[in-house]
Write a protein that binds this ligand. Structure first.
Ligand code: ZN
Length: 126
C-alpha cells in the first residue's frame, strides 16, 4: 500500500502513525496537539442511491456508512472495490467514511481498454 501523509488541521505538521485501533483503522497523531485522525481500509459492501457501506475488516458485517459526496469525482462504487478513507464523526450517526480514495477496482469492473480503431458513431457513455 502506498504511503500517504496526513497533516494536522491546526498545525499543518505531518502526523505520525500511532497504532491500529479496535476499529481496525490506522491512527495518526499530531505531535504538537495530540489531535488524531483515523484512516480505514476496506471494500465496498453495499451501495445504494447516494450512499453505501464499506467493510472495516472481516469482523464487521454492516460496515461503515459513506455518502457519495465523499467519493472521488466520476467514480461509481462497485461491490468489492478496495478503498481507503478518513474516519469522520457525525453527531447521532457515529463514525462515517469520508474523503474516500479508490485503491483497487474489482477485476470484472475494470474499464475496457480503448480500442485503436476510430469509431465514427459511438454511443454516449451516459
Ligand atoms: Zn496539531
Amino acid at each position: 500500500m502506498r504511503h500517504q501523509k496526513y497533516y494536522c488541521d491546526v498545525h499543518k505538521v505531518e502526523m505520525v502513525p500511532a497504532g491500529i485501533t479496535s476499529r481496525k483503522t490506522q491512527r495518526y497523531i499530531c505531535s504538537i496537539c495530540t489531535q488524531f485522525k483515523e484512516i480505514g481500509w476496506g471494500t465496498i459492501l453495499r451501495s445504494f442511491n447516494g450512499y453505501g457501506f464499506i467493510s472495516q475488516g472481516n469482523s464487521d458485517e454492516r460496515g461503515i456508512f459513506f455518502h457519495f459526496s465523499q467519493l472521488p469525482p466520476g467514480y461509481k462504487p462497485r461491490l468489492g472495490d478496495q478503498v481507503r478513507y478518513l474516519i469522520g464523526f457525525v453527531q447521532g450517526k457515529g463514525p462515517v467514511a469520508t474523503r474516500i480514495e479508490v485503491i483497487k477496482q474489482t477485476l470484472h469492473q475494470q474499464p475496457q481498454p480503448r480500442k485503436k480503431v476510430q469509431v465514427v458513431y459511438q454511443k454516449p457513455l451516459y
